[in-house]
Ligand binder design. Structure first.
Ligand SMILES: NC(=O)c1ccc[n+]([C@@H]2O[C@H](COP(=O)([O-])OP(=O)(O)OC[C@H]3O[C@@H](n4cnc5c(N)ncnc54)[C@H](O)[C@@H]3O)[C@@H](O)[C@H]2O)c1
Length: 353
């Protein structure tokens, strides 16, 4: 499978994993000389270029879009229109217009669109997913998800302080895809309405809390940005309360952070006993080698993309949930601007209304 990569920071990391998993990274692009130099080391057989348009006519099977967070949709549309399968990093789109264009392109092409959501595929999220699917929790009522970085103020300023960089110019609600995508995957729901709050008015860009009504009637509360106290599960924590039981990833240091606690009260248990257990997700191995926990999502993501291209498997996270998750961040920004009023999220479910 011949692939190209646009954007060679996160893209280089993905490209190195693609090579390790047996894909041919034929070409790679970055407009930054330093990034290209690093790629020359990490991806020695890739033809390097500074112009992503050079990739359009390279007879690629797939392209990985890891360029600026807020610039993916136009490139995705161009590659899809050439019949090239797309794996796009978060975010999928930055407006309803981009979302419409992207969905239309994904639905008219012979290729496929996959959202590069490793957070849906992290070990604790997969275990939560299986627990919800088993019916053990009953109907999901309340779901909480964090994507938080416990960084020092200096490190935060270095990361998001430059308004010319995408990390500095995006709204503080925008990077909600790593919470919303798991929420949508676990609940099979669509976001209906969002109300966003700054965590701290004294530091308005640092962190936000979003309250999202879902189409199933459940409520999601998501927190993202920079707050202290994250567990060691790649900045991700999640809790699911059902009508019968709770399941949540363990707030702990080290490996236990990937585990999931399931609590069911005596009244809800067939044996009339209280159950409180900690489940450890199975390990992922590739060619007999155990994969580091935090890389499991990336490996599954790339394996899934390959299966989409080579075997016609459905995308793990297809275009509609991708734009739905991204538009929560757009509507959340509107909510913040209106003083935390509720804002409807455009319906991209594709279902008749
Ligand atoms: N899923 C994850 O765990 C994860 C982790 C990190 C980053 N990301 C995502 O990956 C994307 C990139 O993030 P990053 O941290 O690598 O950002 P970055 O700004 O550090 O790197 C982006 C690179 O893309 C290049 N680039 C941007 N636009 C380009 C264009 N039009 N043509 C050629 N090169 C271009 C830049 O020069 C830069 O080298 C973002 O969408 C981010 O959200 C995802």
């Amino acid at each position: 499978m011949r692939i190209g990569i646009v954007g060679l920071r996160m893209g280089l990391h993905l490209g190195e994993w693609c090579r390790r998993l047996g894909m041919d990274v034929a070409t790679a692009c970055d407009r930054d000389a330093q990034a290209l130099a690093a790629a020359a080391q990490g991806l020695p057989s890739a033809a390097l270029t500074t112009d992503w348009r050079d990739l359009l006519d390279q007879d690629l099977d797939g392209v990985v879009l890891a360029n600026d967070f807020d610039a993916h949709a136009p490139l995705a549309v161009e590659f899809l229109d050439r019949g090239v399968h797309v794996l796009s990093e978060s975010a999928a789109c930055t407006s309803t217009e981009e979302a419409k264009a992207l969905v239309a392109a994904a639905e008219r092409t012979s290729a496929t669109y996959s959202f590069a959501e490793n957070y849906v595929l992290h070990p604790h999220i997969r275990l939560l997913h299986d627990t919800v699917r088993s019916g053990h929790l009953g109907r999901v009522s309340l779901i909480e998800a964090d994507y938080l970085h416990a960084m020092s103020p200096d490190d935060v300023a270095a990361l998001i302080g430059d308004p010319a960089h995408w990390r500095g110019r995006i709204a503080p609600t925008a990077y909600c895809t790593h919470t919303l995508s798991p929420v949508l995957a676990l609940t099979d729901a669509w976001p209906v309405e969002v109300t966003a709050f700054r965590a701290d008015d004294e530091d308005p860009r640092a962190a936000v809390v979003m309250v999202v009504r879902l189409s199933t009637g459940a409520l999601a509360i998501t927190r993202h940005g920079f707050l202290q106290g994250e567990p060691d599960s790649h900045w991700s924590w999640m809790s699911v309360r059902g009508t019968l039981a709770l399941a949540e990833s363990v707030r702990a240091r080290g490996d236990r952070a990937w585990s999931v606690r399931v609590r069911r009260e005596a009244w809800a248990s067939p044996d009339a006993a209280t159950h409180d257990a900690e489940l450890v997700p199975p390990r992922l191995r590739v060619d007999g080698v155990e994969i580091e926990r935090r890389a499991e999502g990336t490996v599954r993501l790339l394996q899934g993309f390959r299966a989409t291209v080579e075997d016609g498997a459905p995308p793990l996270v297809p275009v509609r949930p991708a734009v739905a998750a991204s538009l929560v961040g757009v509507a959340g920004a509107e909510s913040l601007a209106s003083g935390s009023g509720p804002v409807p999220v455009p319906d991209f479910s594709g279902q008749p209304q």
